[in-house]
Write a protein that binds this ligand. Sequence first.
Ligand code: HEC
Length: 217
Amino acid sequence: MSPKLDNNFKVEQSAASDDSIQQVHARLQSQKPEKKDGYSLTPLVLLGVMCSAVFFGSIYMAHNAVRFDPLVVNEHAKREKPGAAGAVALTRAQLGKKIFLSTCATCHQANGLGVPGQYPPLAGSEWAQGPEERVIRIVLQGLNGPITVNGTDFNNVMAPLGAVLKDEQIANVLSYVRAELGNKAPEVQPETVAKVRAEVADHAGYWTAPDLLKIGQ
Ligand code: HEC
């Protein structure tokens, strides 16, 4: 706040003499509040309070913060051997979800309900949850011709994916399909996929529903 000067002390710049300036300064000086000696405790106390808030706050957060586990959020995470220190093992179904969404959901839809008249549902499907030898064959070498799924007839073609997906990927995606989408069937292991892949090496062409029904009874 600038101190108010009464008219007598107004200094016209042009008319300012050394004397008049000194007079004004003297007047202003006398209006300033007197300085108190010594320290005021208030800022020091406030500083102390803030420092301890930061200090104890940090300790509190260090103890209670939720840590993001890189294995949970890292989509490239590998399945760790059980018991590996600090590892959060993802199930095959969890690992297979991404493959399902990028590879199968285009046709069978993300919710697994398919498209009426075109793509049969995987949700509730007796084929998806049936013998693993059949469903592995479908993914490896494709499927062609009439098939009944959940009581509805389809007659379409599913292209083979055996050249696109590795054994482990097929095991994971089928484990997802069989455990999620409202389904309830056991996991598929990569060794089983490898075994079936070897068995079907000399089988030419797509599978048909009647051929599949002869397998894995
Ligand atoms: C390009 C479209 C397409 C893609 C991609 C696709 N499918 Fe299919 N799938 C079909 C069609 C069409 C049929 C039915 C074929 C027929 O009518 O003979 C089918 C049938 C099936 C069946 C047997 C019937 C049923 O609904 O249960 C299973 C199981 C299956 N697919 C699983 C998968 C899985 C797992 C993937 C991903 C790895 C996949 N499909 C990717 C189109 C597709």
